[in-house]
Ligand binder design. Structure first.
Ligand code: ADP
Ligand code: MG
Length: 229
């Protein structure tokens, strides 16, 4: 398959079972998904349907029980632990419902955190962080601390942090869950815009029908499978 035809994310027959006290729980049974750069997908589904589990596996923070995940044609779960950590740091950006910013670090420092794991300092990291913060309208706030920002501003910082290593995959787990309606709309717009501008694969889990409706592709997780919506 030529590089152009290789999907950036390909998921085939993915399954996930957890061993609980009361026996085995099958959370994902047969998940299939093909996404390319610039694709934006919203995942919906009731609480407990496995949305976070799926996102964590796609982000290589959890392992599948069966099936395959390929990012740029490569199976990340075939990599040794140290290589996998580097791969995750370089290729995958996460945005969570709670921004998870470090309170003792400034906005700029928070955005730079994912660059600290690299073997050698990247001289382009700080200019890139400043440009991302400018892009999301926070140029004037780079020396501020998270406690000095609104919920929407903190979420914009966490989006910049997720994008600092120019990931192929941007994964967001209910990124607007803690925000008021207007702020949620702004964050939704921002995610869709950066997906298009930076040509990432964007996958957003959301409970909000309003946010999901703005995504070109929508699926619902039902009984461990994805159904088109
Ligand atoms: P959602 O994000 O859609 O609300 P989750 O992916 O968090 O759902 O959880 C799906 C199901 O998997 C739930 O029933 C949950 O209890 C179970 N689950 C999630 N993580 C674990 C775990 N580490 N061990 C056992 N069960 C788990
Ligand atoms: Mg969840």
């Amino acid at each position: 398959m030529s590089a152009e035809l290789t999907p950036d994310l390909q998921v085939e027959h993915l399954s996930k079972r957890y061993q609980g006290a009361a026996g085995e729980v099958a959370v994902l049974t047969d998940v299939n998904l093909t996404l390319r750069r610039g694709d934006a997908l919203a995942i919906m589904g009731p609480s407990g349907s496995g949305k976070s589990t799926l996102l964590y596996i796609l982000g290589t923070l959890d392992t599948p029980s069966g099936g395959s995940v390929k990012v740029e044609g490569r199976d990340p779960f075939g990599l040794p632990a140290e290589t996998l950590a580097a791969f995750r740091n370089r290729c995958i950006g996460f945005v969570f419902q709670d921004h998870c910013l470090l309170p003792q670090c400034t906005v700029l420092e928070n955005v730079l955190v994912p660059t600290l794991a690299a073997d050698a300092a990247d001289p382009q990291a700080e200019p890139r962080a400043r440009e991302l913060l400018r892009r999301v309208g926070l140029a004037e706030r780079i020396t501020h601390f998270p406690s000095e920002l609104s919920g929407g501003e903190r979420q914009r910082v966490s989006i910049c942090r997720a994008l600092i290593n120019q990931p192929r995959l941007l994964l967001a787990d209910e990124p607007t869950g803690n925000l008021d309606r207007t702020t949620a709309h702004t964050i939704g717009t921002l995610l869709l815009e950066v997906c298009r501008e930076l040509q990432t694969v964007l996958i957003t889990v959301t409970h909000s029908p309003e946010l999901a409706a703005r995504f070109p592709r929508r699926v619902e997780l039902v009984e461990g499978r994805l159904e088109n919506r």
